[in-house]
Design a protein around this ligand. Structure first.
Ligand SMILES: O=c1[nH]c(=O)c2[nH]c(=O)[nH]c2[nH]1
Length: 298
């Protein structure tokens, strides 16, 4: 019986980095978690334990801190590309590819009586900005995203017309609360992108379409958000969503002789509907390899 070493990569997971840009008295905080992985000619260490080619995961961690010190962090897409380009370079011929994943949480400036504070911050919401950069030789792919963008509409959402099959009990509604926590990732066509501007634009478009779409299903809202992002961003090839339907149930107050005209709701945490879909341009080739290892999307 023989064995073959299959797909492999290795690196340091979840390197915590907080960078303070102190170039002016108005400090800027960048709080990220970086996972660096290298791909290449590393069969020896798996087969024999020879580490002659192995750039230690500790070195990968140190590289995160050194690059932050020498060039700042900036947009996480730019930092992930810098990491990938650092390792996939002639200095490291054994490295043929890299996968750099970054998650960023936000810190907002504290508003004081004297205005926004220069160096005091309050953690932003639950939302996380994400990026996965893969580089194989010269080929670089950037998949940006966000998770836990929690949104709610208190009206402007209906759900009816579904089949009355065995075990259906859901009551049709023309007025319900629609709430979800958007997780989304989108793949860029190239790397010549103003990352912060594109991210802000995608996020704003998602919020705008969530708010302005009169929803007949969360599926319809998702697709509207996705097509709007692709319409407004030619630099994006495809966008994926995972959106839980955070159900709100109208409380029955009739036992106490009270009407409930959609005012008193019970927010259930589980089970929840889970709506997932990809919206792609029909004229751009798929790139399944770039999505490898990105969990939570169909
Ligand atoms: O927007 C919705 N989509 C569904 O598929 C669904 N199913 C369900 O029970 N409620 C809802 N709401």
């Amino acid at each position: 019986m023989g064995f073959v070493l299959g797909t492999n990569q290795y690196g340091k997971a979840e390197v915590r980095l907080v960078h303070v840009d102190r170039s002016t008295p108005r400090h800027v905080i960048t709080d990220v978690t970086v996972t660096s992985q290298l791909i290449g000619d590393f069969a020896d260490t798996f087969h024999t334990g020879s580490n002659a080619s192995v750039i230690a995961t500790d070195t990968q961690k140190n590289t995160v801190y050194a690059l932050a010190r020498t060039g700042g962090v900036g947009a996480i897409e730019e930092f992930a590309l810098r990491m990938a380009r650092h390792f996939v370079s002639p200095e490291h011929p054994q490295v043929t590819g890299a996968r750099q994943e970054i998650e960023q949480v936000s810190w907002d400036r504290i508003d004081t009586a004297d205005g926004p504070h220069d160096h005091a911050f309050v953690r932003g919401g639950t939302e996380t900005r994400t990026v996965v950069v893969t580089k194989h030789g010269e080929t670089e792919t950037v998949i940006s995203g966000l998770t836990d963008l929690v949104v709610l509409k208190s009206t402007g959402s209906e759900f009816h017309g579904f089949p009355q099959v065995a075990y259906t009990s859901l009551v049709e509604t023309t007025d319900r609360i629609l709430a979800t926590s958007v997780s989304s990732r989108w793949r860029y066509v190239g790397t010549d992108v103003d990352w912060d501007k594109a991210f802000a634009g995608v996020r704003a478009t998602m919020l705008d379409r969530f708010a302005s779409t009169h929803s007949l299903s969360l599926q319809q809202t998702l697709y509207t958000m996705g097509t709007a992002v692709l319409e407004e961003h030619p630099e994006i090839a495809e966008i994926r969503f995972s959106m839980p339907n955070k159900h709100h149930f109208l409380v029955d107050l009739s036992p106490w002789g009270l009407e409930n005209p959609n005012e008193v709701w019970y927010a259930a945490d589980r089970p929840y509907g889970l709506i997932e879909a990809t919206v792609t341009r029909d004229d751009v080739p798929a790139d399944e390899a770039a999505w490898a290892g990105i969990a939570g999307f169909c």
